[in-house]
Every structure is written in structure tokens, then in C-alpha cells.
Design a protein around this ligand. Sequence first.
Ligand code: PLP
Length: 473
Amino acid sequence: MNEPSAFRPALEHALRHSLAHLDNLKHGPVGAIASLATLRERLGKPLGDDGMAAEQVIDELMRDTAGGILGSAGGRFFGWVIGGALPAALAADWLTSAWDQNAASYACGPAAAVIEEVCGAWLKGLLGLPGSATFALTNGCQMAHVTALAAARNALLARRGWDVERDGLCGAPSIRIISGDQYHASITRAARLLGLGTRAVTGLPVTRAGQLDAATLERALLDAPDAPTIVLLQAGDLNIGAYDNFAELVPLAHRHGAWVHVDGAFGLWANASARHRHLLAGVELADSWATDGHKWLNVPYDSGFAFVADGQAHRNAMSYAASYIATNEQVREQSDWNPEWSRRGRGIAAYAALRQLGRGGVEALVDRCCDSAHALVTGIGALPGATVMWEPRINQGLVRFLDPAPGALERDHDAWTDAVTAAVLADGEALFSNSTWRGKRCMRVSVCNWQTDARDVARAIAAVARVLEAKNS
Ligand SMILES: *Cc1c(COP(=O)(O)O)cnc(C)c1O
């Protein structure tokens, strides 16, 4: 039987287009050049009665999205905190779609289930977390927060005799979340989704180094000594990659009966590096941790991880039972730990990334990104009219651009900084995004891509130099 596969033409076209895109990342502009109106006009066709050949769908998709695909998979993309995709991870992601397993349970995809089991064990080792912690592979750090904080909610209320899974939150003691004020907005949304409300979240002022200090935390804990409390600590904050002092703060929070959750979306990966591991001393003492695979590990999107020390609380919060599901104590049922039921076999790409790199490869990736971030920030900061606001300790830093007009005020420098960042984007050689840090607009430099090398760094600095020269003349 040599029947031509119905899949072959579309998959072959997709492979060709993918390779063309990935190869072009070294040359093409990093930003989008197609306008919103153009993209809407090209893509917003009427959905006709008749379909078309699969490979034609792929060809038209390629044509219609042209100019609307950012170069975020390439080495000159430094915006937000965005990783690329390792070759093995990308290829495994394609296989994930070809296999199309439902990773809800072992029965629906035995190999996918075992792969997730293995990923969990590898990751705990790599990230320095307790081997006994339970885990879930989520679609990102946002849902990893929701998963871990649902476990926190369960445990904190159970200690007060309240079964939140059965009785909900009406009438339950209010849970509060205390953190340094540089927390990510995904925490606020997790508080909303979990019924805690945004008012539950208190951001305390941090030190010059971006850390929550012990006296500030203790004062807040003493404010409401009986309230069920989650202390959120930061392993790499979004602007400067600051790490809280876990060895000091986790025991302090525990003395006051709090649950400690760590947001380590990208910063937890520093544990893979001998040079940077000291930043995470004591992190293993926390109660739950959330991180991403799709940022620093360079897995394609849809990869986050939640870990919980109290496995019973985790399972109580997430377990899934249904009349049509046979329970099997021999296996790890993903749906007992995850917030979703049907879902993608997202562990497969993470597994492939970890195997391609090995422990040494993850360490080299982390160190290389940190070195590139440092070279970018100090290189750009040395240009006339630029100033370094935060020299990277890991892979995140900040620069600011000063309006040369005599008597320029801070707000002029703010506008100038935004204008320079926009001009760099328009130049197309590199892409950076902006942030407000300590009340000032900054250009944020984030390096998370496995491909970024010294040439990319030099090209990006040269692009900023060109923009400054043009604006200052
Ligand atoms: C990106 C990020 C998040 C959210 O992660 P997603 O994967 O986008 O859901 C949370 N915290 C920090 C510090 C981040 O950088």
C-alpha cells in the first residue's frame, strides 16, 4: 500500500515556510512592518462555502501574515521577556501536534504522561527544588501561579477548619497576599481568578536593590497576625531581575504561619548556573514555585511549571474525578494536578529541550544570555545621550536616553526614551520594549534566546548608536 498521505503536501509546505522564516531571522527586520489595517484586510476574508486544498491554506497563511510576524524566534529580539525555540523543542512541538494526544490522563496518552513525569523530576533537580514536590505542566507562569495559589488557598483555609473545595469562599476568612511592590500583574489576576480579589494583594516598598527587606515584611505580617497569608517572593523581578533573600524571608514568613510562593518565571533558571545559583539560596524552603519553559528554556509557547511542597493541598485543589474515568493508582494522572482537563501534550517539547541541552547546556544558555545582557546594557549605556539605569546581574537591565535640549526635565527624558525605543524598532535591526521603573521610563533589555551571540549584540548596539546620532543631529 503506497497511498499518498493526505498530510504530506500541507506539512511539506509548512516545513519549507518554517525554514525560510527561521533562516531569514538573521537578515530581516525584527519588528512588524505590516499595519493593523493591512493584516485585517488580508486575513479577514469572508469564510466562503467552499474549502480549499490544505497546502493552499498554508501558502496563503504565509502570504497574508507577511510583515505581521515579529522576529521573536531570533537572536536580536530583546523585548519583554521572550524566549525562542530550540531546534529539538520546535521539532518535538510539531510531533506533539502530529501525535495529538490528550495529555489529561495516562489512558489518553501513555507516553505523554510518562514524559511529564520525567520532566517534573528533571526540573526539580535542575531548579534546586525538593524532590518530593508535586508539579503541574501548565500553559505558562500565569496558570502556574493559579495552580500553586489554589493549593495555598486550600492549605491555609484547611488549617482554619475550612474546606474551600466543598464550601467555597463565602464566609471563609479572607486570605491576603503580601509581596514586594515589583510583583508581576499575573499575580493580581491569579488573586482575581481564585476569588481572593485584587484588594487581597499588598505590595510593600522594596530596597534600592529591588528586594523586600525582613523588617518591612515582618511589620506587614504582624499587622494581621491571624489572617491566612501568602507571602509572594520574587526570583527575578520583571524589570531588573531582583531576587528576594529567600534564606532570610522564607523562615520569617513560616514563623508567622504564612505560605510562601515564589514567582520565578525566568529567574528560577539561574539555579542551573554555578555562577548565579547563589541568588537562589534558600529558595527550596518555600511552599510553592512557578516558572516558565517558554521563556528562558526556549520551549515554544505553552510551557509553564508549577511545583508545590504540600502535595496533598495541591491534589485537593486540582484533582479531577468523573464517572467515565477509571482510577489507576499506578500512574500519575495529569488532570489531578492541572487546572485543565483536555490539553496538549506540552511536556514533549520541554522534554526535548532538556535533552538537547543537558544540564551543561542549560547552564551555558543561562550564562550566555546574562553575558549578552550585560554587554548590551553597558554598550548602549556608553553611547552619547544614554545612561545605564540597571546593570544586569542576570539577563535583565535598563537604559534611559536623555533629551539633549537645554533644561530638559525628567518627563522630557521619558518621552525621549520612548521615542528612541520606537526609532530602534522602526530601524528593524533589533527590538526592545519599554518599562517604567522607579517613576522613570526606561528601555528594557532582556536576553532569553539561545541564539543571541556577540554579533547580534554588536548589531543591536550599532542600531541604537545610529538612532541616537540621527536624533541628536
Ligand atoms: C512572564 C512573567 C510572568 C507570567 O508568565 P506567563 O508565562 O506569561 O504566563 C509572571 N511573572 C514574571 C516575573 C514574568 O516575567
